[in-house]
Design a protein around this ligand. Sequence first.
Ligand code: ATP
Length: 252
Amino acid sequence: MDSPNALELSGVGLMIGGARILEDISFTVPQGEMVGVIGPNGAGKTTLFNVISGLLRPTEGTVAVSGNDVGRLAVHRRAAAGLGRTFQTSSLFPQLSVLENVRLAAQARLGGSLSLLRFPHRGDGATRIAERHLEEAGIAGKAGTAAGGLSHGDKRKVEIAMLLAADPEVILLDEPMAGVGSGDVPALSEVIRRMHRDSGRTVLMVEHHMEVVLGLVDRVAVMHHGSLLAIDTPEAVMANPLVQSAYLGEPV
Ligand SMILES: Nc1ncnc2c1ncn2[C@@H]1O[C@H](COP(=O)(O)OP(=O)(O)OP(=O)(O)O)[C@@H](O)[C@H]1O
């Protein structure tokens, strides 16, 4: 039998206070694919991410990870089911070092006590996992730096290392370039490309920076007025007249 898709949305809809926010969204993402989610302001991209990651429950339809319906699970249960996400704003502990932040994610995965934080030199499994993923995210050189003092670009690298340490099947990146200086965008794009290629994980990424999306992803999902307008290769999506008219007046 074929293995199930890493992510499968079927007829997903969301009503909030009588307003329709998402309408009949269906798409599948095979294991290992990277999909970019784009769309004009207010199209529903963030809401869609919130529904997939469990911050919001869909009022219609199903969300499945590796064939298991997670649509009614709370956020922490979805993490256990293999979903990991970053947020537009940083979720790091600013006073802790880069290594300690990533170590916490590794400890959560291993199910160990957070009190290990008081003994950072024990060479424990969590530290080894954290060091490996800091290397993969290109931020190992700043392992001892307090996370609060990092640039936006470096914070995003730490968050990617934390995601890898948590070992999710499906990674949701919510506007990874938000707030990142233009000079840091190419290096962060490269970290995301490498993370996807080397880990073989499935990645869904909302991103306004069109060049980044088109240069990184296998397919692009275009949202418009809460619906899925198209999902196709970057070339096909950019040539799609429906997409062009949705973006009319918006810089593409
Ligand atoms: N809790 C809510 N209650 C009412 N309306 C909401 C709520 N959350 C989102 N919306 C509306 O749903 C629509 C989609 O919002 P969403 O933030 O998902 O869009 P987006 O594509 O992420 O936009 P942007 O690119 O500006 O971040 C918007 O019209 C927004 O005002």
